[in-house]
Design a protein around this ligand. Structure first.
Ligand SMILES: Cc1cc2nc3c(=O)[nH]c(=O)nc-3n(C[C@H](O)[C@H](O)[C@H](O)COP(=O)(O)OP(=O)(O)OC[C@H]3O[C@@H](n4cnc5c(N)ncnc54)[C@H](O)[C@@H]3O)c2cc1C
Length: 284
């Protein structure tokens, strides 16, 4: 464990105390990744900055056009939020597959993104939702499309000490689905995962968002497949054709959890299942 854990009460206090802290420092939110890494000998910072009670990071806020999800909101609180249920259908579909109920009481989306894993279920869903990530460093804010935050396994575009404030999801009526393949149906890291959002009018897809987990070095936005779906009627035939296209977008590796060819094949299967699950909802 680090020698020092500090717990600023506000963002203002965080930026004020930061220069006096030991240089090897990291943020601590729910601790479900960083504590495991520490116990495994992969994390040896001198100082953790506990951001779990900073009010600005714990809000879910609606504006006319978007929904803000604070980086330190617990996954279980997101699941209970009526606004998240309304505007984030892929995220809501992903939550049952996200760790376990007890871990969801601790884990946050900020930690899911900050950890930089290609397997992150919350990130994968938010990328399909078309989310942006809001960042702050010593009072200076910037915004990125969430899909651009990830540079490789455990590598993000975050600068030293840059804090994820939260995620902004556009408020557009859409359907969403999440399909995850893992060794067990629940409480397991994915071999492959697919998140889908669809904006539909008169049975025709107006806009699609597709993200793939565990099949590339980063949570991957499947841009070609999403563009191909726009303008198509949502049907089992469209779903089968999209499955063929998405396989070419995945860039999986073979590792302890699965083989590359199987992962690629299953991307297509999972996308087809996700799209077919939305067919009965398209006319409502
Ligand atoms: C048994 C087990 C099962 C799991 N199952 C799943 C699963 O099914 N799906 C899944 O996606 N994940 C799973 N995880 C991983 C983990 O629970 C999630 O990634 C979780 O969302 C991490 O959030 P946290 O708040 O606990 O992050 P922490 O552990 O507190 O932080 C993780 C990393 O992000 C950084 N960080 C945290 N918050 C911020 C911020 N606001 N700004 C910048 N950097 C920040 C930290 O410095 C650290 O590097 C599992 C973990 C365990 C132990």
């Amino acid at each position: 464990m680090p020698e020092m854990i500090v717990k600023p009460a506000t963002l203002k206090e965080l930026w004020k105390i930061l220069p006096a802290l030991p240089p090897a420092r990291r943020y601590l939110a729910g601790g479900t990744d960083i504590v495991v890494a520490c116990n495994g000998g992969c994390e040896s910072s001198e100082c953790w900055m506990d951001i779990s009670d900073i009010p600005e990071l714990k809000t879910i806020k609606e504006t006319a056009s978007s929904l803000f999800l604070g980086a330190a909101v617990k996954i279980s609180d997101l699941e209970r939020s009526a606004a998240v249920r309304k505007w984030c259908p892929a995220l809501i579909a992903a939550i049952p597959y996200y760790a376990s109920p007890s871990l969801r009481n601790m884990a946050t989306l900020g930690g899911n993104a900050g950890n930089g894993s290609p397997c992150a279920d919350g990130v994968c869903a938010l990328v399909a939702e078309g989310a942006s990530v809001l960042l702050e460093l010593k009072g200076k804010k910037r915004r990125l499309p969430l899909k651009d935050l990830f540079l490789g396994p455990k590598k993000t575009a975050l600068k030293k000490d840059e804090l994820i404030l939260g995620f902004e999801v556009p408020k557009r009526a859409r359907l969403g689905a999440y399909q995850k393949l893992s060794a067990r149906p629940y409480f397991c890291i994915s071999k492959a995962a697919v998140a889908v959002t669809l904006e539909i009018s008169g049975g025709v897809i107006k806009r699609a968002g597709i993200a793939l987990g565990s099949v590339a070095p980063v949570p991957l936005y499947a841009a070609k497949t999403a563009a191909w779906l726009a303008g198509k009627k949502l049907s089992a035939v469209t779903a089968a054709a999209a499955a063929g296209i998405v396989k070419a977008e995945a860039a999986p590796i073979t590792d302890a959890r699965s083989e590359a060819d199987y992962r690629r094949e299953m991307c297509g299967v999972l996308l087809e299942r996700a799209l077919v699950s939305l067919v009965p909802l398209a006319g409502r």
